[in-house]
Design a protein around this ligand. Structure first.
Ligand code: 5GP
Ligand code: ZN
Length: 114
């Protein structure tokens, strides 16, 4: 088994503030939030980054988006707006190599991102 912090969060071996979970995905609040709402949506399946995802993962990746949408609505940021971020590899700022979708909301966001 890979030594992965997000696999451990999904398995509840590392404690986190879980916002949603089911048999395929887990969503939890980021330990170092960059916005008033900052939730990470991950698959239970260990996929290191988007570069390693395959056709087989298509519905799982789509599900992560819809979970993010439902969380945005539930957390009250859907109307004002929210941002989904999926950093891929170090040049884009990926620091944990288990694919995750950032849901950020509760403040204005600039474009382009830094
Ligand atoms: P990345 O930089 O890879 O796109 O995002 C990784 C995110 O995971 C960061 O925002 C970081 O704060 C968060 N993170 C790293 N370790 C933990 C942890 O143990 N618990 C939680 N809740 N978030 C974490
Ligand atoms: Zn993992």
């Amino acid at each position: 088994m890979v030594d992965c912090v997000f696999c451990k969060i999904a398995a509840k071996e590392i404690q986190s503030k879980i916002a949603y979970e089911d048999e395929e995905v887990v969503a939890f609040h980021d330990i170092n939030p960059q916005a008033p709402i900052h939730v990470l949506i991950i698959p239970r399946k260990h996929i290191a980054s988007l570069n390693e995802a395959t056709e087989e993962d298509q519905s799982l990746l789509g599900k992560m988006m819809l979970v993010a949408q439902r969380l945005a609505k539930g957390l009250g940021v859907a109307e004002d707006g929210y941002r989904l971020v999926l950093n891929t590899n170090r040049g884009a700022g990926q620091s944990v190599f288990h694919i995750h979708l950032h849901l950020l909301g509760g403040r204005p966001f600039r474009w382009p991102p830094g």
